[in-house]
Design a protein around this ligand. Sequence first.
Ligand SMILES: Cc1cc2nc3c(=O)[nH]c(=O)nc-3n(C[C@H](O)[C@H](O)[C@H](O)COP(=O)(O)OP(=O)(O)OC[C@H]3O[C@@H](n4cnc5c(N)ncnc54)[C@H](O)[C@@H]3O)c2cc1C
Length: 447
Amino acid sequence: MIGREMMAMTEKLVIIGNGMAPGRMLEHLLEAAPGRYDITIFNAEPRVNYDRIMLSPVLSGEKSFEEIVIHGDGWYVANGIVLYKGHKIVAIDREAKTVTSNHGVTESYDKLVIATGSVPFIIPVPGNDLPGVLTYRDLDDVDAMLLAAQSRQKAVVIGGGLLGLEAAAGLKERGMEVTVLHVMPTLMERQLDPAAGYLLQRAVEARGIKVVTRANTKQIVGDGKVEGVELDDGTIIPAALVVMAVGIRPNVTLAKDVGLTVNRGIVTDDRMRTSDPDILALGECAEVGGHVYGLVAPLYQMARVAAAALAETGEDHFAHADTPTKLKVTGIDLYSVGDFADGDDREEIVLRDASAGIYKRVVLKDDRIIGTVLFGETADGAWFADLQKKQTDVSAMRDTLIFGQAFQGVPRRTLWRPLRHSRMMRKSAAATASARVRSFQPLPPRD
Ligand SMILES: Cc1cc2nc3c(=O)[nH]c(=O)nc-3n(C[C@H](O)[C@H](O)[C@H](O)COP(=O)(O)OP(=O)(O)OC[C@H]3O[C@@H](n4cnc5c(N)ncnc54)[C@H](O)[C@@H]3O)c2cc1C
């Protein structure tokens, strides 16, 4: 009798996508409301949930795929979850409340979670579909790169952002001769200011990777397979492998097809509910508060919020916060969070130790940190981020702030002796350009 009552109470939860966001959501949900849902997952990728972030260490050979699995097969069995691997959902019927996979499996739901992640952006140039042109998103991409790397030939990575540089480092590690093409004047320009971007370029080049900035791809050339990349100035860079890592787009096709409100991502409220009250969205495919995200920290917050909404154990709300960026390339330490653009209402404190390859920049507005860039020495990243998150008034520690947490309370003049090769400066935005010329050597390339 109790069993029957339980059965009657159990609702059906279907999840589309088995990435990091729904994986984390399920952990919260199973804890908050065990047995509440009968759970079925459809995943287009033919595998269990794994730590996508750690694909770069798999590419470089520092980790195996088994080491980055988050939930192995046994976890699904133990939690009574049905996982359809390699099943892509091709239709949602909101009236009948069913989903159907490309292999013809139809499943009904009471609540549906869409967590379809992102799709890599492919530059619309001739030759972008030649064999040997890859993107960098999942284990299949890594396997294809590893296969290509066996040739020890030349590779071109288009995109000098986080993914592109990690792909380049991994391919170099695997014995390929790698060139990175980046359309902007400095690398990772969305996360780093030009000075740090320039230091990063030097560090990447020191690993034997060529970097070409201001490089506009005209076409990918090859007869039946990729043979090179032609830039718009006519230069051809030979390559047996081309990896495009130029950005991602939220994967919203399904949601759009069934009439959910979609902007850049699937629009949700701050409890991750879409325009259909029985459908939630989370992860990189979701847009909440006007933002879409490409790093896991906010996705894990979405996961917690969505689990609370499904468990109905209390209200939890998503709140936007800046997420720090780090590069997972061994030997290159960089950390960036927040807003570091120049502005009349901002001040910045900069420390540069050229011989040690250290650069630190903290941007202040109204005595609060709004942006931090650290290169070469990043141990204080979390401390700066915490001051920024809490919007701590830092006026009392201005003179020592840039030296980090351990130096708070230390008289400033004693800091100068060990750092006599370093330069530290504080300046207003108006003085930025000339101050940078005096202070930073070597200079980043100018536009
Ligand atoms: C190489 C690499 C390195 C990264 N490094 C970092 C890092 O250092 N720090 C950081 O914070 N973030 C990093 N990221 C980003 C991070 O991995 C993503 O933000 C996160 O994994 C996204 O999770 P998700 O669950 O939203 O989507 P995904 O993990 O993309 O999962 C979506 C899943 O949905 C499936 N799917 C799509 N459509 C369908 C459908 N119709 N039916 C069924 N299944 C479908 C896909 O097959 C996929 O498995 C990195 C990403 C990559 C690729």
